[in-house]
Write a protein that binds this ligand. Structure first.
Ligand code: PEP
Ligand code: MN
Length: 347
């Protein structure tokens, strides 16, 4: 639907608009009103190039789309009934919890094995552990491929499926060869379309769940859902959206908490939403409240950093990891709140 700036397009403007949409196999149906006229695009209006060219015309105010720009992730797509299951949980039927260390310390693997056991006892369904880390400072610990073996050993010991972030195709190959059950696209790579495509291709061949974090700089929700569409386009729709806070941060928090986008995402897409309160607020003391807020907003799950001894952790763990006791209590309360919401059938 094209809305011009003036109340009506001139014949020359209408001819220009018509010529553009005709190139893309569409037609224009003018709807002339007494005060304002609008111009319907008849046909498949999803071509971004067509929309870009129309939006570039100086006399166009805006284009309102009726069709979704994403074919697979849209709530109205055939995939709307698709369900994702991992760790004994079908998302949407029970609160789904991923928990574990920000970063595995390859020199002290016992901390991770003990954390893995604590995560299991706290009632989480997936164990997370950072093998390769996206660090702001190139001189800080960048992760170590050796940690992949530690992650898989923790899986063997606990039986929990495991999740690790991958930042490039080489890491993706190593993680999938090792048999991780979930690959994480971090906030910094959520706009890396080459990586999203590579992940899409790889997980279509070797079905794996993808946890797609929201970029710090993703304002429009369509941008977030379109990133998921890149992965789904290759055939594997096992994608979970993970709001984790955006920039600029709120003074005192690590980022700008964004659990409140959950109901907005759910209006647009069928994809489950698993909120990461740890990177959102960035301080252990605030994580439980943020986790409960996410559930109150309708999140299907949580991704929480935890460590048996946060001060002995590396990466984000000293600041934001929950101790086992706090993790257990947070999960218990979150599951209770989730059950109340479901019982009361609050949307
Ligand atoms: C992480 O999960 O440890 C991490 C680095 O997350 P994000 O990409 O959200 O910063
Ligand atoms: Mn972290």
């Amino acid at each position: 639907m094209i809305l011009p700036k003036s109340n009506r397009l001139t014949p020359e403007q209408l001819a220009e608009v018509t010529a553009i949409v005709t190139e893309f196999g569409c037609k224009i149906q003018p709807i002339i009103g007494a005060v304002r006229s609008i111009y319907a695009i008849v046909g498949d209006e999803r071509d971004e190039l067509m929309i870009n060219r129309l939006e570039g015309l100086s006399y166009i105010d805006r284009i309102d789309r009726i069709q979704s720009p994403f074919k697979l992730m849209d709530k109205r797509s055939d995939l709307a009934t698709h369900r994702i299951a991992l760790g004994g949980v079908t998302l949407g039927e029970e609160l789904f919890v991923i928990a574990g260390a920000c970063t595995i310390d390859p020199k002290n693997p016992n901390y991770f094995y003990e954390t893995a056991q604590a995560v299991k006892e706290a009632g989480a369904h997936v164990l997370r552990g950072g093998v390769w880390k996206p660090r702001t400072n190139p001189y800080t610990f960048q992760g170590d491929t050796k940690s992949l073996e530690i992650l898989l050993e923790a899986h063997r010991r606990t039986g929990l499926p495991v999740d690790a972030e991958v930042m490039d195709e080489q890491q993706l190959g190593l993680a999938l060869d090792a048999g991780v059950h979930m690959v994480q696209v971090g906030a910094r790579n959520a706009l890396n379309y080459s990586l999203l495509r590579a992940i899409g291709r790889a997980v279509a061949e070797r079905p794996t769940v993808v946890l797609l974090k929201r970029s710090l700089h993703m304002g429009a929700l369509n941008e977030f859902i379109s990133a998921a569409e890149y992965i789904a386009a290759f055939g594997n729709p096992n994608i979970i959206l993970c709001p984790r806070g955006t920039a600029p941060s709120i003074d005192g928090y690590r980022n700008h908490p964004d659990e409140s986008i959950t109901p907005l995402l759910k209006e647009k897409t069928w994809a489950p939403v698993v909120v990461d309160p740890s990177h959102s607020v960035g301080k252990a003391a605030y994580v439980p409240a943020c986790a409960l807020a996410a559930v109150a907003y309708g999140a299907d799950g949580l991704c929480i950093e935890a460590h048996v001894s946060p001060n002995h952790g590396i990466g984000d763990d000293p600041k934001q990891a929950l101790t086992p006791g706090v993790l257990s209590e947070t999960i218990r309360q979150a599951k209770q709140l989730w059950a109340i919401r479901r019982q009361e059938k609050i949307s």
